[in-house]
Design a protein around this ligand. Structure first.
Ligand SMILES: Nc1nc2c(ncn2[C@@H]2O[C@H](COP(=O)(O)OP(=O)(O)O)[C@@H](O)[C@H]2O)c(=O)[nH]1
Ligand SMILES: [Mg+2]
Length: 477
């Protein structure tokens, strides 16, 4: 089973179909390794010249190395190493994109001496041969799997080495501090002066802050990659589902004048200026205790609680034609408790029915963003959409929680976990310095920080971790 042993020696030549299975105009068969030239000699016959020149596309026949029979007519590119994806000599064959034709070409290359590649083995070779670091290797998969345009942007940015450079520079700073510290106890009988603990602590703390900036960027990274989560809440019958439909511009949720119509949460994704906004309509929370709740409605209300807990922003829908101050305050408290740190937008709806003129002013004093809307006439819906788009865009830069915008964002959970660990090690070092612990104990924490940072970029990674990462790749990548 391919993928079981990604760490196989890279001395042999590997082959895989790089395009998805099924019928397509073309399929790409990729070959990499030291025997590429020999394999070309056995299976490729260039039309006209007979020879394949490095980095020149050529029309060619793939032939069966046993019988000499033509297997397919293809376009072929040979690239001599080391300026290739894997740093090895490579061959890419663009053949007819049918299952059978692709398989025949693959088999031809295998019978000429190549072995079927494991998952991610091309990218693994690029990493092992030092062409890319681990964050770039992981970005390859992130780019393929990114669900949104903004997600692709982050992956491509990482592919260019932005994260590798950011972590590399943090590591360099830490190595410098560690070297100065270790010099004091490695050469204690020479004339190396003891390092001033206030200066040392400040230097370690500055590195810790750099690490924490990256950790904090994870929220912005998650929003770019997966979308900004907005949850609509308010009393039953406030007009939540109507507003949900108006924002989507289609009748997705059922609307009636009966309270408790929406029982389950409904989720739909809107694209606002290239950012995915994941909009959820909820059952809402009744504040009127007199009404008897059904079992299903009760569950719906619990679900509303759960989605609000994971929200980046909440649209608090208030029925402007039947405003209850108590209801509003109860909801506001609940939102603030459940979705601590989430952005709150207040939509005073049913504007077409007329609203208490003091209402808007009252809300505005509560918090910044209050808009009058009507799901019936459509008034204010574009403004609300625009406001959400601006907030979502802002959140992709800052996470929406007031953190400063960072140019590099972390999206990969493995990276986030390691960076948090590095930050922990540096915090311990800072505490140790303050407490006057011996230098070698402080140095242990610094080296732990270094090791963990190196695990992000792949400098200090174990084979197990590599196997785990590359086994999630596709074959041919
Ligand atoms: N006039 C008017 N009626 C509305 C508006 N929005 C919702 N409604 C009505 O209010 C009732 C409850 O709406 P619904 O969207 O189901 O509220 P929900 O329970 O909060 O989801 C329905 O009868 C809707 O037709 C609006 O903007 N203007
Ligand atoms: Mg509803």
């Amino acid at each position: 089973m391919p993928g079981d042993n990604v760490m196989a020696a890279s001395g042999d030549t590997i082959v895989a179909v790089a395009t998805p299975p099924g019928e397509g105009a073309i399929a790409v068969v990729r070959v990499s390794g030291p025997d590429v030239s020999t394999i070309i000699g056995r299976v490729i016959r260039v039309v006209g010249t007979g020879k394949l020149v490095s980095r020149r596309v050529a029309l060619a026949w793939v032939i069966d190395p046993g019988t000499g029979k033509k297997i397919d007519q293809v376009m072929a590119v040979y690239m001599a190493g080391p300026r290739t994806y894997t740093r090895e000599p490579t061959l890419e064959i663009m053949c007819h994109g049918g299952r059978a034709s692709t398989e025949a070409v693959l088999e031809g290359v295998i019978s000429a001496g190549a072995r079927l590649a494991n998952r991610g083995e091309f990218t693994l070779r690029a990493f092992l041969n030092g062409r890319i670091d681990l964050t770039q290797a992981e970005a390859v998969l992130d780019a393929v799997r990114a669900p949104t345009r903004a997600g692709v942007e982050v992956a491509v940015d990482h592919l260019s080495g932005s994260l590798a450079r950011a972590i590399g520079s943090i590591r360099d700073n830490l190595i410098a501090v560690d070297a100065d510290l270790e010099a004091t106890f490695d050469f204690f009988d020479d004339d190396v002066p003891a390092i001033d603990s206030t200066v040392l602590r400040a230097r370690v703390d500055a590195v810790r802050e750099q690490v924490d900036t990256l950790v904090r960027s994870a929220r912005a990274g998650r929003i770019r990659r997966h979308g900004w989560r907005v949850v609509i809440v308010g009393s039953p019958n406030a007009g939540k589902s109507s507003l949900f439909n108006a924002l989507l511009d289609r009748p997705r949720a059922i609307v009636t004048d009966e309270p408790g119509t929406t029982r389950d949460t409904i989720e739909e994704t809107l694209d606002l200026d290239g950012v995915a906004v994941i909009l959820t309509d909820t059952a809402g929370w009744p504040v009127d205790n007199r009404r008897e709740l059904g079992v299903v409605e009760r569950i719906g209300i619990d679900r509303s609680h759960d989605v609000v807990k994971g929200a980046d922003a909440v649209i608090h829908v208030v029925d402007g034609s039947g405003y209850s101050r108590d209801g509003f305050e109860t909801h506001r408290m609940r939102i603030s408790t459940l979705a601590f740190g989430a952005i709150q937008v207040i939509a005073i709806t049913k504007a077409d029915l007329g609203q208490d003129p003091t209402l808007h002013a009252q809300m505005t004093t509560h918090m910044g963003r209050t808009l009058a809307v009507s799901a019936v006439t459509g008034a204010g819906i574009d403004t609300l959409r625009r406001t959400l788009g601006e907030l979502a865009g802002e959140a992709t830069r800052t996470g929406g929680d007031g953190s400063p915008a960072t140019s590099v964002v972390v999206t990969n959970p493995r990276h986030v976990a390691l960076l948090a660990r590095a930050s922990g090690a540096l915090q311990r070092a800072v505490k140790g310095i303050s407490a006057g612990l011996p230098d070698d104990m402080v140095a242990t924490d610094l080296r732990e920080g270094l090791r963990v940072l190196g695990e992000v970029t792949g400098q200090t990674v174990t084979e197990d971790v590599l196997s785990k990462i590359f086994s999630t790749f596709c074959i041919g990548k």
